[in-house]
Design a protein around this ligand. Structure first.
Ligand SMILES: *[C@@H]1O[C@H](CO)[C@@H](O)[C@H](O)[C@H]1NC(C)=O
Length: 128
């Protein structure tokens, strides 16, 4: 499920597990939305920030982590920033151990609202 507002795509993962069985299809779906379908007529991505809401996620395995790492690399390549919102401690613990939290610049937020606030704030700061 995805909520779209200008420049920001909020993706809610509605699975309890992110694992070998669903990680690749989820990654590909997000890449398709952002990279393949998110481009305007000039070939620029209209989506600048992707926020993944992980509140339903109870656990993540190495395949799940790998797909997030690869997703982040691909989004970064296209100038898109990735944030994580609402992670449970089991999930964030594993993402920290895998150094993923560092790779996304520590952009982990307690709620989607906070992630959006941080995005708006950085957008304002960038235009000053
Ligand atoms: C990035 O995503 C695009 C769009 O789906 C895909 O075609 C491409 O293979 C991906 N690139 C990498 C390096 O994963």
């Amino acid at each position: 499920m995805a909520v779209n507002m200008p420049g920001v795509l909020v993706v809610s993962i509605k699975f309890a597990w992110l694992c070998f069985a669903n990680a690749s299809p989820i990654r590909e779906k997000i890449e398709k939305w952002v990279i393949d379908e998110g481009e305007n007529s000039k070939g620029e991505s209209t989506i600048k920030v992707v926020i993944i809401d992980t509140s339903s996620l109870v656990s993540i395995d190495t395949a799940g982590i790998t797909s997030l790492v690869e997703l982040n690399k691909n989004l970064t390549l296209h100038g898109v920033t990735l944030s994580i919102a609402n992670p449970r401690w089991q999930v964030i613990h594993k993402l920290r151990l895998a150094n993923f939290v560092n790779e996304i610049g520590g952009r982990v937020f307690l709620s989607v609202g906070e992630a959006i606030d941080a995005t708006i704030l950085s957008a304002k700061m960038a235009t000053v």
